[in-house]
Design a protein around this ligand. Structure first.
Ligand code: DAH
Length: 340
């Protein structure tokens, strides 16, 4: 056996020295040291040897293994150097050429603004929650005081899933309100940002898939004043200065009273394309949580009050980054995406 190991060593040294390239070296390594390699075979035969012979054979085999690992590494390094030298010797090798630039990805504009919005709310003590995009009819409509025959369903026509289970592609992020209230006792301050879907004709300002930001605050003595102050603070942080706002009555079945908040166009004094020449931009739906919504999720409406608001992230992103067509967001066109 000792002889056989000696022979193996001589043979292996010759093969390693003679390897023509890295590929050949890999094959040799596998045949010598691999799981099915010759050295493994030697080691496997040890239990069948005379007890006196075993330690010596084991030691020799392991020594050979270490030696071969060393020579393999040395030969690999030598081959690398040879290849480099050949490359350098060739006529068109120009070490002064700039390196090829790695292609860097970038954040989607919606993601950038989403993070900005989430940062502002986190700094105000809100938690960021996520809700499912395929939602139960119950959370998307019924628990938000929109029963099956309610006309508000027309305004938010969606894709209903077949096959039972009463699933819909959520039409807004408001279902997160109910999911939050069901889960825990107030107080809470939460924001949820995500994709929503509607059966909608596409044009420069409408798409079937878009993004909303939903906010919910419930506690003792939460007022509409807190609500308006919060949204004004958000706008100031996003646009870098205080913007005028105005409040109009608005109808949403899950809030009472309900409002719409408009913001004074940050881009003009007397009307421009962004504000359709009105100097006001519709920004947000908002209101005080409706007692029926509290009831649906077992929140004590005698003890707690709450506000909720919801606004579109796409339109806000268009305003903040100067983008003129929502359809860019979902088109996946790199020429658009690489600009951010
Ligand atoms: N979910 C509403 C929509 O998609 C927006 C909204 C309005 C959300 C008023 C609210 C709210 O939380 O209070 O049109």
């Amino acid at each position: 056996m000792e002889e056989r190991i000696g022979q193996l060593g001589t043979e292996a040294r010759g093969r390693i020295e003679g390897a023509a390239d890295a590929e050949a070296l890999k094959t040799i390594e596998r045949e010598l040291l691999g799981k099915q390699g010759v050295l493994a075979e030697v080691l496997a035969s040890i239990p069948g040897l005379e007890p006196a012979e075993r330690p010596l054979v084991g030691r020799l085999a392991n020594e050979l293994k270490c030696e071969l690992l060393g020579s393999l590494a040395a030969r690999r390094e030598a081959l690398d150097q040879e290849r480099l030298a050949t490359d350098r010797a060739c006529d068109d090798f120009d070490p002064t050429l700039p390196a090829r630039r790695a292609v860097r990805g970038s954040l989607h504009p919606i993601t950038r603004v989403r993070r900005k919005v989430e940062d502002v709310f986190t700094s105000m003590g809100y938690s960021i929650l996520e809700g499912p995009q395929v939602e139960l009819d119950y959370y998307n409509f019924q628990a938000l005081n929109i029963p099956a025959d309610h006309p508000a369903r027309e305004m938010q026509d969606t894709f209903y899933c077949t096959g039972g289970g009463n699933l819909v592609m959520r039409t807004h992020t408001s279902p997160v309100q109910v999911r939050t209230m069901e889960r825990a006792e107030p107080p809470y301050r939460v924001v949820s940002v995500g994709r929503v879907f509607r059966k909608e004709e596409q044009d420069a300002t409408h798409d079937h898939t878009f993004h909303q930001v939903e906010g919910l605050v419930v506690g003792e003595d939460v007022t509409a004043g807190h609500l308006i102050g919060t949204l004004r603070a958000l706008l100031a942080r996003l646009f870098g200065r205080e913007l005028d706002t105005r409040l109009r009555p608005g109808y949403f079945p899950f809030v009472e009273p309900g409002f719409e908040l408009d913001v004074r166009c940050p881009f003009c004094e007397d009307g421009c394309r962004v504000c359709s020449r009105t100097t006001w931009i519709e920004f947000c739906g908002l209101g005080m949580v409706h007692p029926r919504v509290f009831a649906a999720s077992d929140v004590d409406a005698e003890r707690y009050t709450g506000f909720a608001f919801g606004f579109g992230l796409d339109r806000l992103t268009m305003m903040l980054l100067g983008i003129d067509d929502v359809r860019h967001f979902m088109a996946g066109d790199l020429r658009f995406l690489e600009q951010f």
